[in-house]
Design a binder for this molecule. Structure first.
Ligand code: SAM
Length: 210
């Protein structure tokens, strides 16, 4: 069983100043990109929401290091920018309670998560009733979960679980139309670009925390 000994027991014990040098007392992470991969979404979030802090969680060490190094390079090249974005190598299925407090997050992203097709691996899917209860706990009311995938089976799995959960409700047609992030999640991540290039279909499901 993989353990993260480098994480504090409680979120309030985490020293976020090390990762976000400009973070002031009382400020906290607002957006989480779960399974951030190479970080395409994070850089966009940093530009679009200069007053919000985003974190990418990525289980693969090499991939996470790539994102961290890119952030360092961007901060170096464009002084004063990208200070509100960071990445952490961790298994998001296990460690969120060490990172976030109740009602903290206003957006959680699941962009092109691994489909885990095999029956015995379905328990590794990043959306389930158990994990949705956790996500709901960390989210502000009115906060949004964004999911997108090119795998229809996974889409109906994620959407089905979100519909079933009493604390989430799907965005209305107008809300889908008016949220600028809908276009961003369909185009900005590395996986979104790959699907686009291959002419694949992208399936979206976005739900609001009640
Ligand atoms: N979201 C990115 C994008 O759209 O380009 C990456 C998509 S990639 C198909 C899925 C990513 O999720 C991989 O980088 C994988 O390592 C990561 N991942 C899978 N399970 C995870 C977990 N439990 N915690 C954190 N990251 C995870």
């Amino acid at each position: 069983r993989q353990m993260d000994f480098n994480l504090p027991l409680r979120p309030q014990d985490m020293n976020w100043k090390e990762t976000y040098p400009n973070m002031k007392q009382g400020e906290h992470i607002d957006f989480a990109d779960i399974g951030c991969g190479y970080g395409g979404l994070l850089f966009k979030l940093s530009e679009m929401f200069p007053d919000n802090y985003s974190i990418g969680l990525e289980i693969r060490k090499k991939v996470c290091n790539y994102v961290k190094e890119k952030i360092i390079a961007l901060r170096h090249n464009e002084k004063g920018k990208y200070l509100n974005v960071s990445a952490l190598q961790t298994n998001a299925m296990r460690t969120l309670p060490h990172l976030f407090a109740k009602s903290q997050l206003s957006k959680i992203f699941f962009l092109f998560p691994d489909p885990e097709f095999k029956k015995r691996k379905i328990k590794w899917r990043i959306i389930s009733q158990e994990l949705l209860a956790e996500y709901a706990y960390f989210m502000k009311s009115g906060g949004i979960i964004y999911t997108i995938t090119d795998v229809y089976k996974l889409h109906s799995w994620m959407k089905g679980h979100l519909e079933e959960h009493p604390l989430f409700t799907e965005l209305t047609k107008e809300e889908y139309q008016n949220d600028p992030l809908i276009n961003v999640i369909s185009t900005e991540s590395e996986e979104a670009k790959r699907v686009e290039k291959n002419g694949g279909t992208k399936f979206l499901a976005c739900f609001k925390r009640k």
